[in-house]
Design a protein around this ligand. Structure first.
Ligand code: 7TS
Length: 429
């Protein structure tokens, strides 16, 4: 099939009629609120299947960030004038809103640049409490953001990193946990939802086992906040890290949420302005938590905008968003299996997964797959998805990944399947 032949076939996606919420025809949730989805790519309507990399943003989020710069822009916590007070209120309002969303008081929410910064803050911040020979358990399915900071820490402090392996079915091998958890285990770091396998990990169960051994539990919730319904308490973790941009919010903003006394254990890693109490030419003392972890001018514009994303999620309800992602994932699994010859990674049941599916088609290299799909307007991600050890374990250098947001519909998956057929035809398959 040539590209021209493929394009003659009816486009899988038509304009959505969802003016009042869900589209009655396709089941998308609030897709009319996401201006970017109106784009055309290479002459075709965009089919956006890369929400695990970043979600698109509702117009209300874009408007709130623009409004901040048009009407309120000033630096924060220096409230000598009206704009400074307004900017500070918006920034602190974001902290409170995130706390409410996850069921914790705002003073246990540290505002960062993203999940990666949050995880570096924990790993670096724990350094003074660790001794050579102490052990850290990290799962084999981590994104590099929740692996490399621990490897660096281990190198600097003489620690031992012990990998928690996965099973052939793409779940954590919990039978291995008891022997890995020792009297020297100080930290268990794990992802809530794998960005490659989609696996939802039983964080509460693992956290309970870790705590019995006196270890701290660090959860990378980059793929779960805004997608799965849960509170911080339910996870039973000490630290939880995530980025706003994967939860329908702006880029350059993330959070570290701490358990009741957990943040007290961290030494500030980034130091300078905004985070001090008093400074002499000899020494400095720190501002109270959480501000001591927020050195320098923060991304106030993004913080001013993120509550609009959380409002959109709450309006839809997390329960409904979760059901929607399960439905899309189940359909994607079914259609990909129907192609024949495609390896699909992670648990077989959609209920055990977040809203994403990684796959490998031996007929088309993942990079060619992504490029050919893009040529017909379909955006997927290909590569190692910043999880090289996991891909080594899976025995492939790269996979293709389709991932879903509230604005996706079953017909986007139909378009993907047609697109894969087209990609195969280019390689004579
Ligand atoms: N943890 C997980 C599980 C992730 O999926 C990602 C980003 C991060 C941490 C890092 O988040 P950041 O906002 O600090 O960059 N994951 C992806 C992805 O799967 N494709 O692009 C980015």
């Amino acid at each position: 099939m040539t590209r021209e032949d493929f394009l003659k076939a009816p486009a899988g996606v038509e304009p959505c009629d969802g003016q009042a919420g869900d589209c009655s025809r396709c089941g998308r949730i609030y897709s009319e609120r996401f201006p970017l989805l109106e784009r055309r790519i290479n002459g075709r309507p965009l089919v956006y299947l890369d929400s695990a990399a970043t979600t698109q943003k509702p117009g209300a989020v874009i408007a709130a960030e623009a409004r901040y710069y048009r009407e309120h822009n000033a630096n924060v916590h220096r409230g000598m004038h009206t704009l400074g007070v307004e900017a500070t209120d918006l920034y602190e309002g974001c902290r409170t809103r995130v706390g409410r969303f996850l069921g914790v008081p705002g003073d246990r929410v540290v505002i960062t640049r993203g999940a990666t910064s949050s995880l570096n803050l924990v790993a670096g911040g724990l350094a003074p409490t660790l001794k050579p020979g102490d052990e850290i358990i990290v799962t084999e399915m981590e994104h590099h953001a929740n692996l490399v900071p621990w490897l660096q820490l281990a190198k600097r402090e003489g620690l031992v990193v012990r990998p928690l392996p996965i099973t052939a079915g793409g779940e954590l091998d919990l039978a291995r946990l008891p022997s890995l958890l020792t009297a020297r285990t100080r930290v268990v770091a794990l992802t809530h939802v794998s960005n490659v396998l989609g696996t939802i990990n039983p964080v509460a169960e693992i956290a309970a086992a870790a705590r019995r051994r006196g270890a701290l539990v660090v959860v990378d919730a980059a793929q779960s906040v805004g997608h799965l319904p849960f509170t911080f308490e339910e996870l039973g973790a000490d630290f939880l890290a995530f980025s706003a941009h994967k939860a329908y919010g702006p880029m350059g903003l993330g959070f570290l949420v701490g358990g009741a006394d957990a943040l007290e254990r961290l030494e500030p890693v980034e130091v300078g302005g905004e985070m001090i109490d008093s400074v002499t030419m000899e020494a400095a003392t720190w501002a109270p938590i959480p501000h001591r972890f927020e050195a320098g001018t923060p991304n106030v514009g993004a913080a001013a905008a993120f509550p609009a994303a959380l409002d959109t999620i709450d309006e839809a309800t997390l329960q409904r968003l979760r059901q929607h992602e399960i439905s899309l994932t189940a359909y994607a699994l079914e259609r990909l299996r129907g192609l024949g010859g495609v390896t699909i990674y992670g648990p077989a049941e959609a209920e055990r997964r977040g809203g994403l599916v990684s796959f490998h088609d031996p007929m088309v290299h993942p990079h060619d797959m992504a490029q050919l799909l893009d040529s017909v307007g379909i955006a997927v991600r290909a590569g190692h998805h910043c999880a090289q050890p996991l891909h080594r374990r899976l025995g492939v250098v790269a996979t293709s990944r389709a991932s879903f947001g509230m604005y996706n519909a079953h017909e986007d998956i139909d378009a993907l399947i047609e697109g894969i057929g087209y990609a195969r035809s280019v390689f004579g398959a």
